[in-house]
Design a protein around this ligand. Structure first.
Ligand code: F6P
Length: 549
């Protein structure tokens, strides 16, 4: 494969960057009344307006050329058809099959995987409906009112963002909690508010060997037995979502309470699989399936829409433009919707675990920037926290702004105010405020020339800060599914352009290995001498403080 930076399509963008880097979006809008028409795309009710970006017709053409040239469409087709594109783990990447609502065959090693996907979906429906309908109760006959999901990474963040975002669809009287951190405080604080006889624990772990999850699961089981004095009842209150049935059985989970998924589902892409069990329990299977439908609709859009109108591809290529040509180090996501408050955390894993790579698919070190730092906060909170840096800081921060047109909780004119802030911010970031405009404002306020001279530089806003506006009708399960799939595909496209494997996570595995070694040493409570001077002294100081186990 030709090196990315040696490609003609890359070099054309480099040359073009030199021409456009100082052009202001304010001027581009003034000179071209068609920007919105040219630089927007739609899928169902989801509108992407990308006209407030530092691009003109030529930039957009060159970015689309780069997508074509790096084989985005070919690799996309390889992913959907089950080719082993995860080259360091020798696996296909088939989260799209999990939401393949058209049920067309998808083959892995000659086997159509749709029947087993449908079987697990039916199992989730049967189980979740029995729990929600009060037919499957706790050991003492009590209704199940609380679901505690124990999992980490993809076995937590996906179902967590969905359950949080879809609260208005939850069954009254049903609560869901997420325990992920090995810090015992996480589990302890949740167990304070649940009753063992009314609680269902879902142990979510693809491998069933992740240290944090297994320790939390064991502690939850100990708590359950301590309070109920009924070890047999564990089988009724603990279920597992895993591809390691043997380990789940050893933990004490009944075969009928195991929900399977497969090694071709990556952790951070797994919320569409049985990892979505807490979603079905909390929101109902119909809503879970609506979410799958929405994601499937986005999959079809990604497969079929031309590059220029293909939302995930456009978002990805704009990201490449800022990451690699403007050297933007990060990308922010601002959801103007309180229900989406966990979206940045979910996207951090999706994007940074996928594209935080330095080695390309040929095993060589890349000579260009790969995945950005993802961060964000809900609007309008973000405006009162870090927007100062966006408006007047020295660092370029491209950002996505998301909002539904309709609120689930209308209250006076508050949603209208939220919308106004949303529109005002992206406009201000694009336009800025010129010296003349700032001066006119100060003069209008009656300030003396002397004051104006001192204050004026502080009141100028450079503008030219790029944003994508993503606007949709309602935040419902279908739209949420489509939005999450949109981001999955954006990350995928960027991985293709950067020629990296977006589907492994060896850096995370390394962390697991390191902690295991140190834990052995810590537990022995003997003086640390085997590490570097800093680590030895930190451990020994911690020991002098008599740390808790
Ligand atoms: O965070 C690293 C990771 O490997 C993720 O990819 C995965 O989602 C998470 O750990 C949890 O793994 P498991 O589901 O096997 O417990």
């Amino acid at each position: 494969m030709q090196k990315l930076t040696a490609r003609a399509s890359w070099k054309a963008l480099e040359a073009h960057f030199e021409q456009i880097k100082d052009v202001h979006m304010r001027d581009m809008f003034e000179q071209d009344s068609e920007r919105f028409k040219k630089f927007s795309a739609q899928m169902d009710d989801i509108l992407l307006d990308f006209s407030k970006n530092r691009i003109n017709d030529e930039t957009f053409k060159l970015l689309c050329d780069l997508a074509r040239d790096t084989g985005v469409q070919e690799r996309r087709d390889h992913m959907f058809s089950g080719e082993p594109i995860n080259i360091s783990e020798f696996r296909p990447v088939l989260h799209t099959a999990l939401r393949n609502r058209s049920n067309t065959p998808v083959y892995v090693d000659g086997e159509n995987v749709m029947p087993k996907i449908n079987r697990v979906l039916a199992q989730i429906r049967y189980f979740s409906e029995r729990v929600r309908g009060g037919h499957l109760r706790g050991y003492s006959g009590h209704l199940i009112t609380d679901v505690v999901n124990i999992g980490i990474g993809g076995s937590d963040l996906g179902p967590h963002v969905v359950c949080d975002s879809m609260k208005p669809y939850a069954q009254r009287g049903m609560n869901v909690h997420f325990v992920s951190n090995v810090d015992p405080t996480h589990l302890t604080e949740i167990l304070k508010f649940v009753k063992p006889e009314a609680t269902l624990f879902v142990i979510s772990s693809k491998t069933f060997s992740t240290q944090e999850t297994i320790l939390n699961a064991k502690s939850a089981r100990d708590w359950f037995i301590r309070l109920t004095a009924n070890e047999k009842a564990v089988a009724r209150h603990f279920v597992a979502v895993t591809s390691n049935k043997k380990a789940a059985a050893e933990f004490g989970i009944l075969e009928e309470n195991m929900f399977e998924f497969w090694d071709w589902v990556g952790g951070r892409y797994s919320l569409w699989s049985a990892i979505g069990l807490p979603i079905a329990l909390y929101l109902g299977m119909d809503h879970f399936e609506e979410m799958l439908e929405g994601a499937h609709a986005m999959d079809l859009h990604f497969k079929e829409a031309p590059i220029e109108k293909n939302i995930p591809i456009v978002l990805a290529m704009l990201g490449v433009w800022y990451n690699n040509f403007f050297d933007a180090q990060s990308h922010a996501v601002m959801a103007y919707n309180q229900y989406l408050r966990r979206l940045p955390a979910y996207l951090q894993q999706l994007d940074m675990e996928s594209n935080g790579k330095t080695i390309d698919r040929e095993g060589k070190r890349v000579d260009y920037l790969t995945g950005p730092i993802i961060w964000g906060e809900t609007g309008s909170n973000c405006q009162h926290a870090f927007f100062q840096l966006l408006h007047q800081g020295t660092k370029p921060v491209p950002a996505d702004f998301l909002i539904p047109a309709r609120s689930k909780n209308p209250l006076g004119n508050q949603h209208c105010v939220l919308l106004s802030n949303y529109f005002a911010q992206t406009r201000a970031l694009m336009k800025g405020k010129t010296e003349a405009e700032a001066r006119a404002e100060l003069e209008y306020s009656g300030h003396s020339e002397e004051v104006i001279k001192d204050v004026l530089p502080h009141k100028i806003f450079e503008g030219n800060k790029p944003t994508n506006s993503i606007l949709f009708e309602n935040l419902d399960p279908r739209t949420l599914g489509a939005l999450l799939a949109m981001y999955e595909h954006k990350v995928f496209v960027q991985g293709v352009v950067w020629n990296i494997n977006s589907f492994d996570q060896w850096g995370v595995e390394y962390g697991k290995q390191l902690a295991t070694d140190i834990q052995r040493e810590l537990s022995s409570r003997e003086e640390a001498i085997n590490y570097d001077d800093s680590t030895n002294n930190l451990i020994n100081y911690c020991m002098s403080l008599k740390f808790t186990d």
